[in-house]
Design a protein. Structure first.
Length: 124
């Protein structure tokens, strides 16, 4: 909520017995953020927790390049995949990007010309 808040300061000068009282004001303004802009695409991983048959299903308004980057639990990049996909609801198999990775929680970055999404992956 916006408003005005009066503040009163007391200051003793460098000499004993001197000082002043000043009345100051300050205006407060709440910070607000616009609602998060909705991206023109979506991505879903299933099943998750993932296994050898897991896929990423996209929902795209037009054909595009998709770059997938997989990050391990400490944030290191551990795999990438680039694929050209059609408009609609294309499916990308995740076998190759997940192959040989130990169990754990990973983050998958999905980058398209329309924006970027992050998906959490639980690899069993």
């Amino acid at each position: 909520r916006s408003g005005i808040m009066p503040l009163r300061f007391l200051s003793n000068g460098s000499q004993q017995g001197t000082g002043f009282i000043g009345l100051w004001g300050c205006t407060t303004t709440p910070l607000s953020f616009d609602e998060q802009e909705e991206l023109p695409f979506s991505a879903t991983i299933f099943p998750n927790p993932v296994d050898g048959s897991s896929v990423l299903q996209l929902n795209l308004s037009e054909a595009s390049e998709v770059l997938l980057t997989l990050y391990d639990p400490v944030g290191r990049e551990v795999g990438t995949m680039e694929k050209r996909v059609s408009a609609g609801k294309p499916v990308i198999r995740l076998n190759s990007i997940l192959a040989g990775k130990p169990s754990g929680i990973y983050r998958l970055e999905v980058l398209t010309p329309f924006g970027r999404l992050w998906q959490k992956i639980l690899l069993q």
